[in-house]
Write a protein that binds this ligand. Sequence first.
Ligand SMILES: Cc1cc2nc3c(=O)[nH]c(=O)nc-3n(C[C@H](O)[C@H](O)[C@H](O)COP(=O)(O)OP(=O)(O)OC[C@H]3O[C@@H](n4cnc5c(N)ncnc54)[C@H](O)[C@@H]3O)c2cc1C
Length: 816
Amino acid sequence: MDHELPSRAGVVIVGGGIIGASTAYHLAKRGWTDVVLLERKRLTSGTTWHAAGLITQARPTSATRQIVKRSLRIFESLERETGFATGFQRTGTLHLADSDDRWEELRRQASACRSDGIRVDLIDPGEARTLFPPLSVDGLAGALFFPDDGRGTATDTTMALARGAQALGVRVFEGTRATGVRRDGDRVAAVITERGSIEAGVVVNAAGLWGREFGAMAGVRVPLQALAHYYVVTEAIPGLPPSLPTIKSAPDYSYVRNEGAGLMVGFFEPGSYPWASRGIPADAEFTRLPEDWEHLGPFYENMIKRLPVLADAGIRLHFCGPESFTPDGLYHLGEAPGLRDYYVAAGFNSIGFLSGPGAGSVLADWITDGRSPIDIPEADPGRTAPHETNRRYLEQRVTETLDEAYRIHWPFQQRTRPRGLRRSPLHDRTQAAGAVFGELLGWERANWYAPAGADTADAYSFGRQPWSEHSAAEHRAVRENAGLFDLSSFGKLLVQGRDAEAVLQRVCANDVAVEPGRIVYTQWLNRWGGIEADVTVTRLAEREFLVLSAPATVARDHDWLGKHIEHGEFVATTDISPALAMVAVMGPGSRRLLQSLTDADLSDAAFPFAASREIDLGYGFARATRMTYVGELGFELLIPADLAVHVWDTITQAGPAVGLRHAGYYALNSLRLEKAYRSWGHDISRRDTPLEAGLGFAVAWDKPGGFIGRDALLEQRERGVSRRLVQFALDDPDAMAYHDEPVYRDGIMVGSLCSAGYGHTLGRTVALGYVTAPDAGTDRSWFTDGDFEIEIAAERVRATASLRPLYDPTSSRVRA
Ligand SMILES: Cc1cc2nc3c(=O)[nH]c(=O)nc-3n(C[C@H](O)[C@H](O)[C@H](O)COP(=O)(O)OP(=O)(O)OC[C@H]3O[C@@H](n4cnc5c(N)ncnc54)[C@H](O)[C@@H]3O)c2cc1C
């Protein structure tokens, strides 16, 4: 082991669990020769040492599944590469369903997994029993079998990675706690330790459940919290076959695997509780938490009906250890917002062992190449909101993450605690109008409006939703008359200063050097032409612009913009989101309605599409912009928060004259999908280019000075694209798709859906999905000709494909 700390290193990794060790190993494999790994105690002594060792591919998103696939490839070769045993074994996993709803969830999951090339079989209960003879299959509706899943030994795997890294030159320092991080402006500069500091080109926060605490040392927010997490190991069970597949029985909140001559029964049970939320004890190492049979006993005893052999098996070990969970159940992987070259890889929600080898290799590629080989916006550390590191918030929210882990994951499911944090200035008004709220990053947002007497209790389904008819009425009001949306949670960035235009022109693919009073829809691209942001930019004045982005992306958009202000440029960017309410009045009646409330001329000649100006409204004023996310004539209004209620009341009082109806986010989604409007993080992201996404119309190829990503985009235009975003409408009006469903063309899988929902005007499910052709430059017609089918819950449904919006392809309604 190394003794003397170097004074500088290319990369300093903090944390000697599986994530840190994997990152170190893969950096070394990529040729890094000056990597340092710091561990406060001993390698694996955090959470890694007690992982149950399951490697299961059924993950909730495509990117997280791809990372496990990477892990499996690494597990396959690691022992050979390093000479250290990992205990890796391919045993397969059986997922059990005990009801029609569970079975539908599993079948949908099977389809999603297939879209990522994961092998999975649908089997009946009898076959499940053949694979796992001690299983009682009474009451089972079906099962999935993933033959390529496996398991391994977490400590051995981590040691193999760490020793392999050392053999390639990585320096590992155990017993060395990082106590701080030094910044140099917006860059990370050094890691301070108990034994001196190390200047660092790159820092990786792989500190596991200490990730929040270590992040805070650098001013980086990493929302996570450790919870108590359990498994039980039995004594030997006579006659138990070895190498049984792992069982995941979500209805029983349990997983089961061989452990020695007995079984390990682990739990993702409701009623979870936090550990050390006020600070992790300084001496925490190989931590075991006290047994709590009162809490766990009922879950274990329930498992006896599924596995009767447990009834007579003695208990050898009752284990409880801490593991970190996050507010949304997804880990943090990527560069931290606001601090260059500082990467976070923490908060693994009890899948850190199975994700670790893959996540470390992704991070090593990311650090080396400047971009991730797998697009994973859902894990972006910039997706979080500042309140999410609040201790009391975390205690409430993160326990719910674990409580929900093995429950059915319904479409449109809402988190229940804590609620009511971030409210629009119009919250009370929308509530009084019957809003049924959903939550996004703490924001309470009207999903739909309940007419008097309607049932508003959360009731979930994979099919038609209980609120569908009410949302459909809102949708129709927007298409036929007018709808009123409260969109105040939208992000608003004010960009001011002498060089505001120059910076925005460089960052935006579209031309924003327009006259004041115009709005421009644009993407922000990286140097490979991938879409980093999808925003509108309004020119307010010569040196003042307003950038509008979605609530979940405003922090990262702010960060991206800040990153691209060059030395000597004079620009200030300010997030003014809470200062302005945002209201959308959409539909053919919108002009008539607003015209009755303002002296400004709203006619098409005086106020054309993409115009934006301040207008008087009632006794107040608002910035009105002719723009739409629903595909109708409409105006977005930005209103100072103090005037918002007055303007809202003024509009609603005049509303009956045009049949105005309150409309919520579910209607918005249905409307935008019919018009094929894209949503960042779902339909477009960092590895999709505007040419692939069908957004070439928003690229100003020839604007003076060009823009970031132009060269890559030009090259792609020259070459031609092989992948395109296509809109689909399902032929069967009762079929419901949501996301990740595989797409087949003439019987061959060619892509998958990224977002989908019911289109109430088209009367069927509408979706967006990427389709890949055999060659770059394949003719456009290939993407829509042919027989298309979408696989939903393991059954194929015919679909119509289109590269133009199926609703109002010429946008005549928008420009009315
Ligand atoms: C009961 C249980 C069962 C589990 N089963 C599975 C499973 O079957 N499959 C699976 O995939 N996952 C499982 N997990 C989860 C898995 O163990 C974790 O997700 C994973 O080990 C996290 O690895 P890590 O490297 O992020 O964190 P850790 O292993 O905790 O490593 C972080 C390290 O950072 C060090 N550190 C922290 N702060 C500093 C500092 N300031 N300076 C220096 N060092 C620092 C800590 O000492 C620690 O060693 C299970 C977890 C539990 C509790």
